[in-house]
Design a protein around this ligand. Sequence first.
Ligand code: 6CS
Ligand code: FE
Length: 312
Amino acid sequence: MQQLQKDRYTTRLNKKPEQIDRRERVIHAKRGSSPPISPSLIQDFERDGFVVLEDVFSPKEVARMRGTANEMRDYPASLSDETVISERDSGAVRSVFAIHRQTSDFDVVARDPRLADVARYILGDEVYIHQSRLNYKPAFKGKEFYWHSDFETWHAEDGMPNMRALSMSVMLTDNHPQAGPVMFVPGSHETFISCVGETPDDNYKSSLKRQETGIPDADSIAQLVDEGGIVAPAPKAGSVVIFDCNTLHASNGNITPFERMNAFFVFNAWSNRLEKPFAAKSPRPEHIAHRRVESPLAPLSRVTGKVGRSSS
Ligand code: 6CS
Ligand code: FE
């Protein structure tokens, strides 16, 4: 495995935290291409680092996805063991990874033009799925996700060279403001916070339950929050929240009776495929960071719902 590109975002290698200005554009769209969604939503994403698309999927489509998600949680024996992450204390299912590889329902969602075409436009390239997962935030027991930049982890532990990736979170339940919705810091995507603390071996075995390495320092978080505030969208089921790979985000625990279930698809630009980890001895396993991808994501033709051409 090689490191072809220079490390432009050193992290976990220095003794002191540091803030590095983002080097890439946020919107990589090719000149003259028009967005598949309203330009004002693209502007919001560019300014804030996230945007909410309301009512993307119909109640019928959401019900189907939620049925599949419930089945995966209730009968995890049908899934590969290592993809099922439980909560650190209660044992309740916290996440399931590689959902587009384990179920055709979520494979079709990942290829849906309502998601993939928006990713191709924003990333200005063919795309593939770097990671997919279902995050269950079970009623009463859902634990928090502390403040972090996804890119910091994907750069340090997965070898993602540049900031040319984004997450799409499909709401499978109504997100109630009190049930631990994802909180974003608007504008934080423009600053890379270099974290202190080397990556332990097999870090992913604990970090997916509670991240303790690659955590930004409190002063940097406070400064970015001071500049941009904290916004916690709590959209209805069927909505999609798109956020840039470097937008600072977190979510509180869920002690309400309302479960919060989101399906996440991380689209990476084909030109930004993974290299050797920039700050870890060995790469994370395939089910968390996809390396074995022969070709870009095949479009799903809207009419037939079939995959356009064979691709992984
Ligand atoms: O480590 C990761 O890749 C995952 N962890 C978090 C907290 N967000 C991004 C991603 O799913
Ligand atoms: Fe995250």
